[in-house]
Design a protein around this ligand. Structure first.
Ligand SMILES: [Zn+2]
Length: 271
């Protein structure tokens, strides 16, 4: 599943091939945009906000897309075969004289005035990879719900934008925190969030996400998607469960020995 670093890299590449270029063709395979034609319009730029993508056009409009679980934007040099999936999964095509940008499996594809972008991304907390990353603001937002689990708080894009289940699992392992630890019981929340920002930053140019420093496919993670396997640090069997607000449960992974569950009362004196 795409996380903030993947979206950031995707938008950087889209920006490189589209910014300042005029669209020779556009196509939207969603009912609300079926008749929209952006050909002749210049692309001002492409930016990411958390896991959202914003394509800004010279006509004052922004195309807003989101990957959710399986979406992707692919870029093809003119004349190259599109290989991102079957045709029926295509939601948007933006073509210039040199490239085709093709959006696959996008659950969100909408056009809105650029001046109204806040209506779709204004709720997001500070973007971990944004130029306006603000650690104190993120900590302040997380701190508003001290009884909530740190696992849920880190995934909530209204607190900070960019962390998904991969970085959550890995970050909590690296910090020795059980995913269900209440926010109030985290001894050094500032350090946790800083480390999370560093993990995304370190991976932002890489197609393969790794928190171990090893890029081999079965060595990239400490605990993510490794349930039943031994912890790389202590050998204890990695556990997994789904938890969260009903309807928004997400899967977590942890080592019971490296990440013991502390309770809020025992940690309060440290705060
Ligand atoms: Zn362990």
């Amino acid at each position: 599943m795409p996380e903030g670093d993947t979206v950031w890299r995707s938008c950087r590449r889209l920006h490189e091939v589209l910014a300042g270029r005029e669209l020779t063709r556009s196509e939207f395979r969603v009912p609300t945009l079926a008749t929209t034609d952006l050909s002749g319009i210049t692309v001002r730029g492409v930016v990411s906000r958390g896991k959202h993508q914003l394509f800004r056009f010279a006509n004052g409009f922004t195309l807003h897309t989101h990957f959710r679980m399986e979406g992707a934007w692919r870029i093809y040099a003119r004349g190259r075969k599109w290989t991102g999936g079957p045709d029926f999964q295509i939601r948007a095509v933006l073509a210039t004289a040199d490239h085709d940008a093709v959006g696959y499996r996008l659950p969100v594809t909408e056009l809105l005035p650029t001046a109204d972008e806040a209506s779709v991304v204004g709720h997001l907390g500070p973007d971990l990879l944004g130029p306006d990353w603000d650690l104190d603001e993120a900590l302040s937002r997380i701190g508003r719900q001290p009884e909530r689990t740190v696992g849920e708080a880190l995934l909530d894009q209204r607190n900070l934008a960019g962390i998904g289940t991969f970085y959550r699992a890995e970050l909590l392992f690296l910090q020795g925190l059980h995913p269900r630890t209440p926010v109030a019981a985290v001894p050094n929340l500032r350090r946790v969030v800083q480390r999370g920002q560093q993990l995304l930053y370190a991976n932002r140019w890489r197609p393969e996400q790794s928190t171990t420093g090893d890029l081999r496919s079965n060595k990239r993670a400490y605990v993510f998607e490794r349930p039943g396997q031994p912890c790389r640090r202590c050998g204890t069997t990695i556990r997994t469960e789904e938890f969260g607000t009903p309807g928004q449960e997400r899967r977590s992974y942890w080592c019971p020995r490296c990440q013991p569950l502390a309770d809020a009362d025992s940690a309060l004196p440290d705060r």
